[in-house]
Design a binder for this molecule. Structure first.
Ligand code: GLA
Ligand code: ZN
Length: 670
């Protein structure tokens, strides 16, 4: 475990670099990430390439013993380029070019841009592929950030038509699977198929634009594939000249509300994944459980340690700022990342830039570049990391619970939400948090992943699955796994059409239940009670009829009072729960208790409100992280004697945590 910083040598005079490197060394900063926005410096005019500036920077960091993550600079095509090749521009949903002046203004399907990008990436990789300072590569920057995954230009339209032809082979098949007979949308050729720009009904319903749901979902899949292809091209080019690992910095699912990229698929082209973790900034303040969930997503995309490539380290925003990180929070956020599987935490950014869009985006240092309170906190963290890294390997929680995350289900539900206030990622979080509160780590898994290591698999609103994914889930339960589905699972085919089967569709046999009807909780809520005590549903109620399953909960209100809302079915050696409704958070906590008891999962003995407890291991040693997200001190009862690796003291029956404090407790040797 170690720390790094995102650094922009091109933003300051060279004389300053030495001061910076010395201050970084004092903070035990081991790695810098550079160059993601530097195309104009590499190629200020067409075919006028300059590398001496980067030669100097890399040699400088090699001399200072700081390794480098070198980025491919495709996130900001220069002005001369888009003037010369306006076909590079991405078009918005109205078909208007997203013009020069900010960043991310390029189309991932622009052949011109793909060619020019691979041309420069090849030069950079050839020149620096084995440079002793280069430790790793970052492809582009935040692929898809600011809704730039989905482009509506004519190039994408042509590519989309080819993509469809490859997938459906005949236009008759496309018409059939899309149901284009609806509203007279039958196509006579693939050349007629539209790209779903804002149409006549756009102002009626921005979510779906009123377009065909099958076409929309395929367009979202095509857009994700286009971004992944663009990134994979750069990764493949780098690999021709460099054996250093390749990443790209992903976005969280919370405040950036997803990018429209299937990260499980993107991760297959990367050697490790990384992400950008902003917690309290202009666009919102994320709860600790949400940040923990995002770390869990990152460690799940490749089932291996990840990096935080941009860890917030100051008050930040564009047009206005979020709060300054309270003393202790930088350290708390860093340990939260390490506890949940990060092996490197890189702070964004070294020093606030005094010009450009992000003059308000502070990093460790302010505009004056002087050591400050945040820098001193980073020095403390760096010193601790230096010490801990000599005692521990890379840590990761060993979760026995997994939540199924399906990008197809997420995107389909962004097209046709069932009811106001339903948000897929928030719904998944409502299954993550109760276990987080109990100190139990939760992984995420794609529907086709190997689930055999998990005692409990939760599949909230798993709308559609392929036959192979369905079999994977059945095999898991049959072999003795415990599976839980919720409402809106199994009810669509992979072409995004409703199945003409009774709910829960393809999961009916697994769950041993059917729904006689369902009641979207629009401006209403319904009480229920069961093994989780009493609960309230505010989103949805499937009115269940057991078909072999046992009833564990019933509605206590409305015209379906007395009807089941929660059932469990024996399937093979396993158990399959079906939760036909959403539940208030208190009821979810109690349902989690019930499920833990059923599958024999030991919760942390004494959870303390606001203290995140993460049990992690480096494969040899087991460590308990106590992360106090409270603004007040916390006392955590302990059972067993632990060695506090940060203080060197052995902890007795309790651990005392100051506000935003951290404890790293080593379990006694087994
Ligand atoms: C993203 C980008 C950074 C920076 C921050 C702040 O994380 O990767 O370059 O722009 O946003 O906006
Ligand atoms: Zn395009």
């Amino acid at each position: 475990m170690r720390i790094g910083v995102d650094y922009y040598p091109e933003h300051w005079e060279k004389e300053r670099w030495k001061t910076d490197a010395e201050m970084m060394a004092k903070a035990n900063i081991k790695v810098v990430r550079i160059g993601e926005f530097a195309w104009s410096l590499y190629e200020p005019k067409e075919n006028d390439f300059h590398f001496e500036w980067m030669d100097e920077i890399l040699d400088f960091f090699r001399e200072h013993g700081i390794s480098v993550v070198l980025c491919t600079p495709s996130a900001t095509p220069p002005k001369w380029m888009v003037d010369r090749h306006p076909d590079i521009y991405q078009d918005d949903i109205h078909g208007q070019p997203k013009i020069f002046g900010t960043r991310k203004h390029y189309c991932f399907n622009s052949e011109t841009y793909r060619r020019l990008t691979q041309g420069l990436v090849e030069k950079i990789a050839k020149r620096y592929g084995s440079h002793p300072a280069v430790e790793a590569w970052q492809v582009d920057n935040e692929l898809g950030w600011a809704n730039t995954t989905r482009c509506y230009c004519d190039k994408c339209k042509k590519e989309f038509q080819n993509w469809l032809k490859e997938k459906y082979k005949t236009i008759e098949t496309l018409n059939r699977v899309y149901g284009t007979v609806f509203w007279s949308q039958i196509y006579n050729s693939f050349d007629e198929v539209i790209i779903p720009r804002a149409g006549a009904c756009y102002d009626t319903c921005h979510d779906t634009q009123g377009q065909n749901p099958g076409l929309l979902l395929d367009y979202y899949r095509f857009s994700s594939d286009s971004v992944i292809r663009f990134a994979a091209e750069s990764a493949e080019t780098i690999r021709k000249y460099s054996d250093r690992p390749i990443t790209s910095n992903l976005l969280d699912a919370a405040i950036n509300s997803g990018t429209g990229i299937d990260y499980f698929k993107l991760a297959q082209h990367l050697d490790f994944v990384s992400w950008d973790n902003y917690i309290e900034f202009q666009w919102g303040i994320a709860e600790a459980a949400t940040v923990s969930r995002d770390h869990a997503l990152l460690r799940s995309y490749k089932k291996q340690p990840f990096w935080v490539m941009e860890q917030q380290s100051g008050p930040c925003g564009w047009s206005k700022m979020g709060p300054a990180p309270t003393p202790g929070k930088l350290r708390l956020w860093t340990y939260q990342a390490v506890a949940n599987g990060a092996d490197t935490v890189v702070y964004f950014r070294w020093r606030a830039c005094s010009f450009g869009t992000e003059e308000n985006w502070h990093g460790i240092l302010d505009h004056d570049g002087k050591p400050n309170r945040r820098y001193r906190e980073i020095v403390q963290i760096g010193s601790e990391m230096e010490r801990l890294s000599k005692m521990l390997g890379v840590l990761s929680p060993k979760a026995k619970i997994a939540v199924i995350k399906s990008f197809d289900s997420e995107w389909s539900q962004s097209i046709h939400r069932y009811v106001e206030n339903f948000h897929y990622d928030e719904f998944l979080l409502s299954f993550y948090k109760p276990f987080y509160d109990k100190g139990l780590s939760v992984d995420f898994a794609a529907p086709g992943d190997d689930l055999s290591s998990y005692s409990l698999v939760l599949a909230p609103a798993l709308l559609m699955v392929t036959e192979a994914e369905q079999k994977n889930l059945e095999d898991y339960a049959r072999a003795g796994g415990t599976l839980l589905f919720t409402f809106r699972s199994g009810i669509k085919d992979v072409c995004n059409n409703m199945l003409q089967q009774t709910v829960p569709g393809v999961f009916s046999e697994l769950a041993g239940v059917s729904a006689s009807e369902y009641d979207p909780q629009f401006e209403k809520e319904t009480a229920s009670s069961g093994v989780y005590g009493s609960g309230v549903s505010k989103l949805w109620c499937d009115v269940l009829e057991p078909q072999g399953a046992e009833t564990l909960g019933v509605y206590t209100q409305d015209y379906y009072a007395g009807k089941p809302c929660l059932t469990v079915n024996s399937f093979g050696k396993g158990s399959v729960y079906y939760l036909g409704c959403d539940l208030s958070s208190d009821a979810m906590e109690r349902l989690a208790d019930y499920l833990c008891a059923r599958v024999g999962l030991d919760q942390r003995p004494c959870p303390v409100e606001g203290v995140e407890q993460v049990d992690a291991s480096d494969g040899k040693q087991r460590v308990l992280f106590l992360l106090n997200h409270n603004s007040s001190a916390a006392v955590v009862p302990l059972f067993g004697r632990f060695e506090n690796l940060l203080t060197g003291q052995s902890e007795g029956s309790t651990a005392m945590l100051e506000p935003y404090g951290v404890a790293v407790l080593k379990y006694p040797e087994a």
